[in-house]
Design a protein around this ligand. Structure first.
Ligand code: NAD
Length: 499
């Protein structure tokens, strides 16, 4: 049964998906040198929806050469900052005007709820573009009082300039294909760089459409290129000597490959990687707020969120209530395609990822863990997994240690807050964490103890364009959002004048 609000895909979206997609280089769609094609699937039906080019090294060379030409000829970085800002604001307006088209295309390709596509993938992206556009006019250096003693009597004036780092490679995962592409594109452009974006092979469609919109907004040819492909294409970009900075979001193992390749050319890089994020609920946790917060913070986008809460540590006095609250709520969630706004459980992105998640669940069963709900097979086409709540898992269980990147919550009790912090930090990851309590003294004492790039309090998962986001430990290097994001696409130049 689907709801009356079930979204019918518009003919324009269908036509775009079915196009014979090439690459986007030098301001236009071009045929790829590679003759290999990649199938793109509709996760709700498990059917092929489109094909895209599987770009090879020559394709990557062409895209990097285009971005380099644009950089060297200063068609973008030579503009007045206010003019760059204006183009980016126009891009935000266009994205807003095409919001429904992008939302439908993303849900069709990624499988997520149309509500998430509309509100987050597109809605939050529009806000992000507007926020980041403003940084084009706000990059600034410093003046420095230097103490250079020679030659005697010489005075010096020194200052720093922030200059665009050059040609950027933006490598993007499949969980928020449009939004994460925008997180790379817009700060890079605000800083005056040119960029080659490589979307994930599973979800390439919105990035290809975004490149057309950016051109319409006034981004000059070559400043924003898109190459579609898989490992060959990604590895060629990461190792390309013509790239000055790699902004990568994806898994920790791939991130390490990217960093290793980058270092050979001294290419700058930032990595936003995996997470196994804890939520710690103290004795005074508001049970309803905690349950609702974890349903959102853990299962939003089917748990395919790098910052999703997946390890839930609850003070023993509230443990039963939280565990029961979560499993009751999860059991009643309705399952259906992302195009049905009433469906609360949507398919995972691909058959391969569904199988990976099911393997984690099977391992937890084989380990004899206690399942409160979920994990039963789903008898319908599409890549569905029923959300799972597991209780009482020991700290060394695979399901407690490994990133699942799917709808699996593990709830565990503790007696002492410092014990909870120790358990929470007992992970190679350190992307995000949350604390749940209204005892602000206790919370503020625990915040510095948490090994995580973001600590939320009484919420889990909201991001803001101005709030730095990134990981401790194996969750990454660098920060996105805010000043950090845009400055990550710059070099600092010192200028020292003797007078
Ligand atoms: P992935 O690492 O498999 O792929 C990420 C991107 O890298 C894809 O575009 C892929 O084609 C490309 N790639 C593959 N091999 C490459 C290589 N050798 N060199 C360069 N690029 C290569 O990740 P995924 O499965 O697409 O996404 C899921 C992972 O991403 C999860 O681990 C998740 O936690 C992480 N993620 C992190 C964040 C964050 O902000 N920290 C956000 C979203 C996703």
């Amino acid at each position: 049964m689907t709801s009356p609000e079930f979204v019918q895909i518009s003919p324009a979206v269908r036509q775009f998906a079915e196009r014979l997609h090439g690459l986007f280089i030098d301001g236009a769609q071009v045929s790829a040198h590679s003759k290999l094609r990649l199938e793109v699937f509709d996760p709700a039906r498990g059917e092929c929806l489109a094909t895209t080019a599987d770009a090879d090294e020559q394709d990557v060379d062409a895209a990097v050469a285009s971005a380099r030409r644009a950089f060297d000829t200063r068609v973008w970085r030579g503009l007045r900052p206010a003019d760059r800002e204006r183009v980016l604001l126009r891009l935000a307006d266009l994205l807003e005007a095409h919001a429904e088209e992008f939302a439908q295309l993303e849900t069709l390709n990624q499988g997520k709820s149309i509500n998430v596509s509309r509100g987050v993938e597109v809605g939050a992206s529009v806000e992000y573009v507007r926020y980041m556009a403003g940084w084009a006019t706000k990059l600034e250096g410093e003046t420095l009082d230097v103490s250079i003693p020679v030659p005697p009597g010489t005075r010096y004036t020194a200052f720093t300039r922030k200059e665009p780092v050059g040609v950027v490679a933006g490598i993007v995962p499949w969980n928020f294909p449009l939004m994460i592409a925008i997180w790379k594109l817009v700060p890079a452009l605000a800083a005056g760089c040119s960029i080659v974006i490589k979307p994930s092979p599973e979800t390439p469609l919105t990035a290809l459409r975004l490149a057309e919109l950016a051109t319409e907004a006034g981004v000059p040819p070559g400043v924003f290129n898109v190459v579609t492909g898989g490992t060959v294409c990604g590895a060629a970009l990461a190792a390309h000597p013509g790239i000055n900075k790699i902004s990568f979001t994806g898994s920790t193992p791939t991130g390490k490959l990217v960093a290793t390749a980058a270092v050979q050319n001294m290419t700058r890089f930032s990595l936003e990687l995996g997470g196994k994020n804890p939520a710690v609920m103290l004795a005074d946790v508001d049970v309803d707020q905690g349950v609702q917060g974890i349903l959102l913070g853990g299962l939003f986008n089917q748990g395919q969120v790098c910052a999703a809460a997946s390890r839930i540590y609850v003070h023993r006095s509230k443990y039963r209530q939280i565990a029961d609250g979560l499993s009751d709520a999860v059991r009643s969630m309705t399952l259906g395609p992302g195009l049905d706004p009433a469906a609360e459980v949507n398919p995972l992105v691909s058959a391969r990822h569904r199988d990976r998640v099911l393997q984690h669940i099977a391992q937890a069963r084989a380990d004899g863990l206690r399942f409160l709900t979920g994990g039963e097979p789903v008898e319908q086409p599409g890549y569905y997994v029923r959300p799972v709540v597991i209780a009482d898992a020991p700290p060394d269980a695979a399901i407690v240690r490994d990133e699942v990147f799917g709808p699996v919550l593990v709830v565990m009790p503790f007696d002492d807050p410092l014990e909870a912090v120790r358990l929470a930090n007992n992970s190679p990851y350190g992307l995000a964490a949350s604390l749940w309590s209204n005892d602000m003294k206790a919370v503020l004492n625990l915040v510095p103890e948490m090994e995580a790039g973001t600590v939320w309090v009484n919420t889990h998962v909201p991001l803001d364009p101005g709030m730095p986001f990134g990981g401790f430990k194996q969750s990454g290097i660098g920060r996105e959002f805010g000043r950090h994001a845009v400055e990550g696409f710059t070099e600092t130049k010192s200028v020292c004048i003797a007078h």
